[in-house]
Design a protein around this ligand. Sequence first.
Ligand code: GDP
Ligand code: MG
Ligand code: K
Length: 297
Amino acid sequence: MENNYKSGFIAIIGRPNVGKSTFMNKVIGQKIAIMSDKPQTTRNKIQGVLTQSDAQFIFIDTPGIHKPKHRLGDFMVKIAENTLNEVDAVLFMINAEEGYGRGDQFIMDRLERVKSPVFLVVNKIDLVHPDKLLPLIELYKEKYDFEEIIPISALQGNNVTHLLEVLKNHLPEGPQFYPADQVTDHPERFIISELIREKVLHSTREEVPHSIAVVIENIEKRESNAIFIQAVIVTERKSQKGILIGKQGSMLKNIGKEARKDIEALLGSKVYLELWVKVQKDWRNKQSQLFEYGFRQ
Ligand code: GDP
Ligand code: MG
Ligand code: K
């Protein structure tokens, strides 16, 4: 604790698509949380670590807190709620373009029980006129006693440095938990599966919903320093298997090609990626399989 070094854990919450992953990636400067224009693509928490000369921020990109629709949803909300009371600060992110909705109400109800300081981050200010921004901020101010309210554009980077300064002021004195060059403490396995999942969602558009999982079966470093990865895409329906494989395997081949590029950038070595598709009916409602597919806390 020399020189009043500060450190702390910061949870990022908010409805799907408000820009949580974009913010994380902006701050950390490396693609570790997946980004997508479809909701709920982050199912597990990813930590990003930002180390400065006088502070270390450990960000937790929580699974979105939203009304559970099935048992996987319950499980996610519970993880998120537990997390919120263990962190030093909570960033509640909203989309400046959208009004106050039921999803926000659901989150705010949960925030009532949270003891950690909560900051309202109004994201995507690049998309709105200031005339629209101020009434929205006033509305939120009336509903909850936020520690501070900070408008940003995660995509363009506007005001992101200011947000970090404000956060730093609220962080407790503490040690540097992670080495300065470490940006994430998640096993590469999880990040790789998220990168593959992102490519699946991008390539298949609306045809394949979020009910897919990617399981990394094997990662092996070979003598040539190349890395061999075998992964399975798990879908709920047979029809989706067909879409995922595509004509003569063209879809799967493309997903593999795109994912491989990102994984090579992540690992800094040549990667051979072997993908296949498996149908597993109703996997989301089978509690035991949550663990099998890596949702263990
Ligand atoms: P998450 O679900 O909260 O993690 O949201 P994402 O980070 O995946 O972002 C959802 C979408 O919003 C993506 O298409 C982003 O490019 C976009 N987005 C995020 N932040 C901003 C922003 O500040 N401005 C604009 N215009 N778009 C943004
Ligand atoms: Mg996300
Ligand atoms: K998303």
